[in-house]
Design a protein around this ligand. Structure first.
Ligand SMILES: NC(=O)c1ccc[n+]([C@@H]2O[C@H](COP(=O)([O-])OP(=O)(O)OC[C@H]3O[C@@H](n4cnc5c(N)ncnc54)[C@H](O)[C@@H]3O)[C@@H](O)[C@H]2O)c1
Length: 249
């Protein structure tokens, strides 16, 4: 119960990683508000949070819409009086060869993976500044560090996630004296249900690029989020932590 009494917002809470992270934060004592496009998935996650004995809120919103995000965050802070932890977990890649990429694909990838982080963080930060404490943790990707070698055709995704890393470091410095830490995880391929469709050849090609030959376990990633959100991490900020089995070495 390292997060007893904390109030967390998890974006992408209906997704594979967001669901596990929301449930894990709740298990550690945090109330969890999910924001995602997928209203049905949010309710499933909220049920998991309540099953851990914590309060749950759900706000269905498009995170790339500044005003919609502002409204969603205001509804959460009005209800709870503030936010202690923000986990930016929404996002996702689209494979497109660069020489064929449309401006629409480019823009959508930036909106989904970077502007979404700006919009939520911008909406949450004033209440964290007011209370002079907060934890902001964003899920970037190893694609931003290693150029997307695990998935070719990921330039827009890699660029957006590299933007998340830049935002993380610059904001970490900006708010360091206000008791707010800002960190990012850079996961490699995770063992999410989507990976179950891999052919044996695809799986082997993936593992061949990972020194440990392990896909990431979402439950382990969630524990790293707990660690960064916990009181003992007050002096860790601006960190970009690869969780990639050594892929980026
Ligand atoms: N799964 C992996 O192997 C892996 C590896 C590295 C990084 N990541 C990153 O981790 C995060 C979570 O990945 P996941 O595997 O759980 O993906 P996922 O597709 O299962 O979940 C992503 C969630 O984000 C939501 N979302 C996307 N765009 C949105 C928008 N504009 N507004 C509101 N909600 C939106 C989706 O509805 C979905 O529920 C993503 O940022 C992804 O880029 C994943």
């Amino acid at each position: 119960m390292r997060l007893q009494g904390k109030r967390a917002i998890v974006t992408g809470a209906a997704g594979a990683l967001g669901t596990v992270i929301a449930q894990t934060l709740a298990r550690e004592g945090a109330d969890v508000a999910g924001i995602d496009l997928n209203a049905e998935g949010l309710e499933r996650t909220a049920d998991l949070v309540r099953a851990e004995g914590r309060r749950a809120l759900s706000a269905a919103a498009d995170l790339s819409d500044f005003d919609a995000v502002g409204t969603a965050v205001a509804s959460i802070t009005d209800e709870w009086g503030g936010v202690d932890i923000l986990l930016n977990g929404a996002g996702g890649g689209a494979v497109s060869w660069f020489h064929e990429m449309t401006t629409e694909t480019w823009q959508t990838q930036l909106d989904r993976n970077l502007t979404s982080v700006f919009n939520v963080t911008r909406a949450v930060l004033p209440s964290m500044l007011e209370q002079r404490s907060g934890r902001i943790i964003s899920i970037a990707s190893i694609a931003a560090v290693s150029g997307g070698r695990l998935v070719r055709g990921a330039t827009a995704y890699a660029a957006a996630k590299a933007g998340v890393i830049g935002l993380t470091k610059a904001l970490a410095i900006e708010v360091a004296e206000q008791g707010i830490t800002v960190n990012a995880l850079a996961p490699g391929a995770q063992a999410t249900p989507g990976r179950d469709n891999d052919t044996p050849e695809r799986r082997e090609a993936l593992l061949a690029q990972i020194p440990t030959r392990l896909l990431g376990d979402p439950a382990h990633l969630a524990q790293i989020v707990v660690f960064l959100a916990a009181p003992e991490s007050e002096n860790i900020t601006g960190l970009v932590l690869p969780v990639d089995g050594g892929h980026s070495i």
